[in-house]
Design a protein around this ligand. Sequence first.
Ligand SMILES: *Cc1c(COP(=O)(O)O)cnc(C)c1O
Length: 399
Amino acid sequence: MVQGRGQGEAVSLRSNSIPVTRSSLPPFEEYCREIKELWETRWLTNRGEKHFLLERALESCLNVRCVSLFVNGHSALECALEALGIGRDGRDEVITTPFTFASTTNAIVRKGLQPVFADIYRGNCTIDVASVESLVTERTGAIMPVHVYGNICDVDSLERLARKFDLKLIYDAAHAFGACVGDRSVASYGDASVFSFHATKIFNSIEGGAVCYSDPNLRAVLERFANFGLSEDGEIAYPGGNAKLNEFSAAMGLCNLRHFDEELEKRERAVKRYQQRLGGLRAITLCGDGGFSDPYFSYMPIAVDSAYPASARDELFRRLAEYGIKTRKYFYPLTSESSYIADSAPAKSTPVAFDMSRRVLTLPLYADLTTSDVDRVCDALLDALGKIDTATIGIGIDE
Ligand SMILES: *Cc1c(COP(=O)(O)O)cnc(C)c1O
């Protein structure tokens, strides 16, 4: 599984190496204070006090009417598809992007739905709305776009399209926690916006996720899907699974939320330094450019210029690793290239996504990354680019 990720990647084996990501934690004492009462109440999971407090805190901080918590972002995606009844009227196709983490496509397929892959914009890697429209058929039931890297999709055009064809709109907003379009929270778009609070995300509850929505009737339905399909009076209303967030995770969420502004500030500082050092280069493009919103600070994606052969990206990845700098080929391969899908959906039907997946690399970014760390990454990157044979390519790295 090439696209694999996890804590293994976040832990650097060499003491002087720079990991691609590093989880943020609150001060130890603060977390201890937060979980202390759990020893008295012995209420460890099943919608306890911390769970309730975190939901309300997120509704206020994300400025959205309703938040329901889940054990992780993936389960939140699956429950959103179920709760919104996608496929129940026979329209079982979901138009989505292949330029995303495996979870987005897996959620669609695991719910018995058909993913249909639209292409992406070259500039910010979000779903191309014209491509989405060209794929709408009488079988289309929903659109599932991704605010990839925290770059916000063309939300207004997608909303118009969903309304025109009577489609549900579910955003995979796993990368965009806390982002806004102008003054409007990204969490308030679509029929639902889904977040991940995984340890490697910009806001974490160790594992965790949320569905944000504005129709209060959805709350009970979502909660049932997260708790074996049981209704309040114990009736088994749906074949639901178990996707409940436990109190220790909710407590971590409450602590990290208090430090979220600080987290953003630190990440912004690192991103600004990257932009300063790498912004003018001919050899690479920075893909973190908002396009439809302000730039965000979840990831630091770059793309190798099309004048280079696509193999240049892999060479950069390898050379940076030699310098002790971990990067990620994020997103490579496309989810449409997964072995269970590739036959029916040739990845080359989305040529921009296919090409970008061969050119992108995400550089280290986390709150504790210092300016001198960023400089070390940039020095190494420039050195590695210089060693890639510019003579045969015929351009200089900073022309
Ligand atoms: C992290 C992520 C998910 C899944 O979230 P988990 O909390 O890890 O289950 C889904 N979609 C995208 C785009 C992600 O990056």
